[in-house]
Design a protein around this ligand. Structure first.
Ligand code: CA
Ligand code: CA
Length: 274
């Protein structure tokens, strides 16, 4: 009987904590938010590629593929954009986080470890972020250079006076702009530059997401209830049997009655021993 109770208890624990175990790596719904709140998610890719293409869609596809390889991120059904600028598009427009564009939804942005990167689009492009953007798609911290081709206001890295471009896909001799994942000042996007043929990470931003209303899964609830009822039933059954056995051990109904002074139990005792 003890074994059955133990097995059932373990089953309940597994059923109850399975969702937590499966999603332990990353947090896709920030715990500090409430249902219907909007937010975006951000990560830095654990994998790398070059920066030789001047077509922003190449980088958007790259970060989308990295995100959608993670089941929890794929399940969000959102679009992912690279935090990158080419000669024809700025990072803040590619990610639809331009503070000067009223059509771009301004919401808090969270990392996949449940911490807040910034509070708004303004906060993203005001030369500093609240925390380094150093958490990968798998929820792990990473120390890496990141291709951005951008300045810290989210525009393309372009020297107007000398007409030199350090944007993604540039063939100018100064190379392409990188940020550094451990920086939270301007250096998060604008730290240094490298020749675009080398391999580096990318930052990714999701489209705006909504915190869902909590709806308990009926199947989980039913399983949970059945398990609880089973344990209660077993416990009741064991107690009842133990009581019967203790009654049987007592030879004298009067002695038992004298000790317990319960007519109901005396009645039970007589019935059991009939
Ligand atoms: Ca802030
Ligand atoms: Ca800021």
């Amino acid at each position: 009987m003890k074994t059955i109770v133990f097995v059932l208890s373990v089953s309940i624990l597994v059923l109850f904590f399975l969702p937590l175990i499966a999603f332990a790596g990353i947090v896709t719904i920030p715990t500090s938010l409430s249902p219907s709140n909007q937010y975006r998610l951000a990560f830095v890719t654990s994998t790398t590629r070059d920066a030789t293409s001047s077509d922003i869609s190449v980088y958007n596809t790259f970060v989308s593929d990295v995100a959608n390889a993670i089941p929890e991120l794929n399940a969000l059904g959102t679009t992912w954009k690279a935090v990158g600028s080419t000669a024809t598009v700025d990072a803040r427009d590619n990610t639809e986080t331009n503070p000067y564009n009223a059509a771009h939804v301004s919401v808090p942005i969270f990392l996949l470890n449940d911490t807040k990167l910034v509070d708004s689009n303004d906060d993203l492009w005001d030369d500093s972020i609240d925390l380094p953007l150093d958490i990968t798609e798998a929820g792990l911290q990473i120390d890496t250079d990141v291709w951005t081709g951008s300045y810290s206001d989210g525009t393309g890295s372009f020297w107007v006076f000398s007409q030199i471009s350090q944007e993604l896909g540039s063939t100018d001799s100064y190379g392409v702009q990188v940020g550094y994942s451990l920086r939270s000042d301007v250096g998060w996007v604008d730290r240094s530059s490298y020749q675009p043929t080398i391999l580096r990470s990318f930052y990714a931003l999701s489209a705006p997401l909504n915190v869902p209303s909590p709806i308990p899964e009926p199947s989980t609830l039913i399983l949970f209830s059945i398990a609880i009822l089973s344990i209660l039933g077993i416990t009741y059954h064991r107690r009842r049997r133990a009581t019967r056995q203790s009654y049987r051990k007592k030879p004298d109904a009067d002695l038992y009655y004298a000790r317990h002074k319960s007519k109901t139990e005396l009645y039970r005792f007589v019935n059991v021993n009939r």
